[in-house]
Ligand binder design. Structure first.
Ligand SMILES: [Zn+2]
Length: 195
């Protein structure tokens, strides 16, 4: 395989990128932006080497504890559960949530063989039982799988005597949190309901 073919193959691993877009990206970088190609290669290598997961909330982090978990001014009584670092970022951009987070490794999807174990439910239950958390806010997406995930987690939390709430129904059905506008998320947060 030529170097060009290898580059196209590598680009095709990205979500939503097919053969044609991969080719277009590769040609663009090689024809018009060699400096950009170098920068991209370096950034990828750096990130792949240095970005790990926060040992407390499991979001991406370059230090054992992420900056949010290190922030002592947050409200330790609130723990917000999201599906991905992207959803966590959306939540942060609303500037209306001041508790801590737990970032799942996706959501339950029986058809794809993704169970509570794969998404890190056990770690969540352990994290939520730290004696300080009083409310677990389930901010999984409003897709069928996100709802199922919230339901299973709510049951598991209840079984351990932990209270959970769910974002209110202002968020359109079928939505991924990261694509919902910030005002809607902020309202859904304020109007959250008991599970
Ligand atoms: Zn963290």
């Amino acid at each position: 395989m030529t170097a060009l073919d290898q580059l196209i193959e590598a680009l095709r691993r990205l979500p939503g990128v097919g053969q044609k877009s991969a080719q277009r990206m590769a040609y663009h970088l090689l024809q018009h932006d060699r400096a950009g190609a170098d920068a991209l290669a370096r950034a990828l290598q750096e990130a792949a080497r240095n970005v790990g997961h926060c040992e407390r909330c499991h979001t991406f982090s370059e230090t054992p504890l992420c900056p949010i978990c290190q922030d002592r001014h947050r409200d330790a009584r609130l723990l917000c559960v999201v599906e991905s670092p992207a959803d966590q970022a959306a939540m942060e951009r609303t500037a209306s949530y001041f508790g801590y987070y737990f970032v799942l490794q996706g959501r339950i999807s029986p058809l794809d063989g993704v169970s509570t174990r794969e998404i890190g439910a056990a770690q969540l239950l352990e994290r939520a039982a730290d004696g300080q958390v009083e409310e677990v806010i389930l901010a999984t997406s409003f897709t069928a799988e996100g709802e199922a995930t919230a339901h299973v987690l709510a049951e598991a939390l209840r079984a351990r005597g932990l209270r959970s709430t769910r974002l209110a129904r202002g968020v359109p059905v079928g939505s991924e949190l990261e694509y919902v506008d910030l005002g809607t998320i902020a309202h859904a947060l304020v109007d959250r309901r008991s599970t």
